[in-house]
Design a protein around this ligand. Structure first.
Ligand SMILES: N[C@@H](CCC(=O)N[C@@H](CS)C(=O)NCC(=O)O)C(=O)O
Length: 197
């Protein structure tokens, strides 16, 4: 059985949702970012980490990629053009969604007060909305990569939810409705309801 290190309201949620989608049981250690508990598994104090036997794996997207490859679920097989397209989508989401939200978080509460430049947040919000419009244009099917769900969907929806929590402007209706459908999935709801060990 796996163990997810990280609070539900963090990027750990991506891993928890993925484990639910692929039908793998897990326990959760409800460690906050930079907590002593998080540092036991990742010296940087970043969450999430995944414990798989004696292995400690870090970074939500690296963990999702590992789980997908290991179980042959929620991913196109490695070494195929479909996988290259899926990876391109994943890296685009890291650049244009996750990094934008993370920059806004840094300038809201992560950086020390004297290093924050709150005025940057207006342009980050505009960038995010532009990226959401591009993603909506790409969306042509039940999932980002077409008929098959992949971990790119989990990454995108987690970032959309994060944008709402961070007070970003409302995204376009098409992407918003798609995200609502994804939030209705059993595995999403199970991850939200999971009680940490
Ligand atoms: N790219 C990493 C980012 C991990 C990350 O920054 N997590 C946040 C919480 S969601 C954190 O632990 N922040 C504390 C810090 O950066 O010091 C991932 O996707 O796992």
């Amino acid at each position: 059985m796996y163990t997810v290190v990280g609070a539900t309201k963090s990027r750990a949620f991506r891993v928890m949702w993925m484990l639910g989608e692929i039908g793998e049981d897990y326990t959760q250690i409800d460690a906050g970012p930079r907590s002593d508990e998080a540092r036991q598994y990742n010296p940087s104090g970043k969450i999430p980490a995944l414990l798989d036997g004696d292995e400690v794996l870090t970074d939500s997207v690296a963990i999702m990629t590992y789980l997908g490859d290991k179980h042959g679920k929620l991913t196109a097989p490695a070494g195929t053009p479909a996988r290259a397209r899926q990876d391109a989508m994943t890296f685009w989401l890291i650049d244009e969604f996750d990094a934008i939200l993370w920059a806004a978080a840094k300038h809201s509460f992560v950086f020390p007060k004297d290093k924050r430049v709150p005025v940057i947040k207006d342009s980050l919000k505009a960038e995010f909305i532009h990226a959401a419009d591009l993603l909506a244009e790409r969306l042509d099917g039940p999932f980002l990569m077409g008929d098959q769900m992949t971990h790119a969907d989990i990454l995108a929806v987690h970032c959309i939810n994060w944008s709402i929590g961070a007070g970003f402007p409302r995204i376009n209706d098409k992407l918003g409705q798609w995200a609502a459908t994804m939030r209705d999935r059993d595995a999403f709801k199970a991850a939200q309801a999971k009680v940490a060990a």
